[in-house]
Design a protein around this ligand. Structure first.
Ligand code: FEO
Length: 174
């Protein structure tokens, strides 16, 4: 069915939101590169790639339904933070914002009876549960480890083991 114009706009806005998140995470990766915390940097970089893939899921949906795609601009991303904890706290806040916009998309799709869009957004709703959980856990661990010292290095090594997509990209893990 033809997509309602307001829903099409909201989904296009969400593409921008996801790509913006990709840029924010890349800035976080750059910050960790500057500290030589390679595990954190790799984790943030994988996260950035996932956000790009999230945007492409919506892009593909719009394309499949012959709905016009618009690509808005991206804001400059921070590459400087005060410490590792503040980065992860900012990432959690970012994801909480994403959850709000995804929930609004879900409600809009249901209200319009657009079950094709609802099915698309279902995946994002589940993904956000995992995204928030992952970041809350990481933030707790960082609070225990502190912003420097051996605990931080152990955590950095653990994060280095993450493969791209391992924290929520696949449907099985969403
Ligand atoms: Fe696209 Fe981190 O959720």
């Amino acid at each position: 069915m033809t997509m309602d114009g307001s829903l099409a706009k909201a989904l296009n806005d969400q593409i921008n939101h996801e790509f913006s998140a990709a840029y924010v995470y890349l800035g976080m990766a750059a910050y960790f590169e500057s500290l030589d915390l390679e595990g954190f940097a790799a984790w943030m970089r994988a996260q950035s790639e996932e956000e790009w893939a999230h945007g492409m899921r919506i892009y593909d949906h719009l394309a499949a339904r012959d709905t016009p795609i618009t690509l808005g601009g991206l804001d400059e991303a921070d590459t400087e933070y005060s410490d590792p904890q503040s980065v992860v706290a900012a990432a959690l806040t970012l994801e909480q914002g994403t959850t709000r916009s995804v929930n609004a998309l879900y409600a809009q799709a249901v209200e319009l009876g657009d079950y094709q869009a609802k099915s698309l957004v279902d995946w994002f709703v589940n993904e956000q549960t995992e995204e928030e959980d992952t970041l809350r856990t990481l933030l707790s661990q960082l609070r225990i480890a502190g912003n420097d010292g051996a605990g931080l290095l152990i955590l950095d090594r653990e994060l280095a083991a993450r493969q791209p997509g391992a924290a929520g990209e696949s449907d099985a893990q969403a």
